[in-house]
Design a protein around this ligand. Structure first.
Ligand code: NAD
Length: 381
């Protein structure tokens, strides 16, 4: 069986999540390609030490050039702060490797365009991370929309809500500072997750009216003082999309202070004949709506069945974050190797760039208290 050799640059929260998914690759049933995590780069030696337990890892380094210099590595997963995306992604591509990028795919629009264009120029296979839609629930939502059972679509709502900023005593880190996380703040953190399914269904926001909120503006600096916290905590985007020739409102919510939420991804789509909604808050539940004289909500208890890439996990067992992350990695490998077929795939570079166009318009909208057209042709100077 073919084995893809993987390198990871940035071994923190997401680097470890990826490593653990690669480490139980055998859970995928009849998956025709194997993976082996060969090398990890991180500046922090303590982070690197965690990877010593992984038998396939041959190189632990603080110098990413050493990792990129290895001829045997096919694909590099980069999970670094946003200010480093452009520089590292471009170097990965120039080193002749394929790339699994992390969102937001560059700190802003200019960076996202540069990465997309370089990947095209060099013919590298590049996809961007967004794992939630690989759960069975979102897959069923997509199926419901495509079935036409919903009738004429009249409203879409999607969001990603958590509360990792709710505690004001939590010390500052790179995710709460514009210079590392980006001017787009929470939109860069959560926006790609929210837009993945709408964009895949062809629903590109045309107009945006944005509300952006900075709620916690300083935090402990970890050294006894306070530090400025200048990123947007919450973003509420009222957008308009054209679906089947009609202009439809689409609400997009991205919140780092959403009381009561830990990591809630949701989507709701309503039409003239029916509706469908799914939230990771209730991971197993798919809600479908129909109107037949009376109005009915039907609750379907989902299990593991319906993930794009079947695993050994029993069909009645419930899936979680680690599962959808692994499904996403399987989607990356399947698409790279040409056997994705009609299954759901990872965010493409064009979709990532489109999300940045929406975020750039949202920044403008909030600054000017205006409704902004999203200009998908705009090229920053
Ligand atoms: N897909 C998701 O659900 C999800 C969730 C969280 C974060 N993310 C994304 O993943 C990326 C990383 O986020 P994270 O939460 O893993 O961050 P993190 O801070 O936990 O990890 C980043 C790691 O990068 C290392 N690092 C920093 N500069 C480096 C350099 N120059 N060379 C090598 N290593 C360096 C740090 O030491 C750290 O271990 C971001 O793009 C973030 O938006 C995605």
């Amino acid at each position: 069986m073919k084995t893809l050799n993987i390198g990871i640059i940035g071994g923190g929260l997401m680097g470890k999540e990826a490593a653990s998914a690669f480490g139980r690759w055998f859970a995928l049933n009849d998956f025709p390609v194997n993976v082996a995590l060969k090398a990890v780069c991180d500046l922090n030696e303590q982070v690197l030490a965690w990877y010593k337990n992984i038998p396939t890892v041959e190189l632990l380094t603080t110098d990413y050039k050493e990792l990129l210099g290895r001829a045997d590595i096919d694909v590099v997963y980069v999970a670094l702060p946003h200010n480093l995306h452009k520089e590292f992604y471009l170097e990965v591509l120039e080193a002749g490797k394929d790339l699994l990028a992390e969102k937001p795919f560059g700190i802003g629009l200019e960076a996202a365009l540069a990465i997309r264009d370089k990947a095209e120029e060099l013919g590298r296979f590049v996809r961007c991370s967004s794992e939630m839609p690989f759960l069975p629930g979102p897959q069923r939502v997509i199926e419901e929309v495509k079935s036409g059972r919903i009738g004429e679509i009249i409203e879409v709502k999607a969001g990603f809500l958590h509360s990792s900023d709710i505690d004001p005593t939590k010390p500052i880190n790179w995710k709460r500072q514009v210079k590392f996380c980006g001017e787009i703040g929470v939109m860069g953190d959560l926006g790609m997750h929210v837009l993945h399914v709408p964009l895949r269904l062809g629903w590109k926001p045309e107009l945006v009216y944005a509300n952006l909120q900075k709620i916690v503006t300083e935090r402990p600096d970890g050294k006894g003082g306070m530090a400025v916290c200048d990123t947007w905590n919450n973003a509420t985007l009222n957008t308009q999309v054209t679906i089947d020739g009609k202009q439809i409102p689409m609400l997009l919510e991205m919140k780092r202070i959403a009381p009561g939420e830990t990591n809630t991804w949701y989507i709701e789509i309503f039409g003239t004949k029916g509706g469908v909604k799914y939230s990771t808050k209730d991971t197993k539940t798919l809600w479908t709506f129909k109107f037949e004289g009376e109005q009915f909500w039907q609750r379907t208890d989902l299990g593991f069945k319906g993930v794009p890439f079947p695993t050994i996990t029993g069909g009645i067992f419930e899936p979680g974050f680690a599962d959808c992350f692994m499904q996403m990695l399987a989607g990356y490998v399947a698409e790279r190797e040409g056997f994705l077929n009609n299954r759901f795939g990872c965010v493409t570079p064009d979709e990532a760039v489109d999300s940045h166009y929406v975020f750039a318009a949202a920044l403008k909208s909030f600054a000017n208290t205006s409704v902004e057209k999203v200009d998908y042709q705009y090229q920053p100077a």
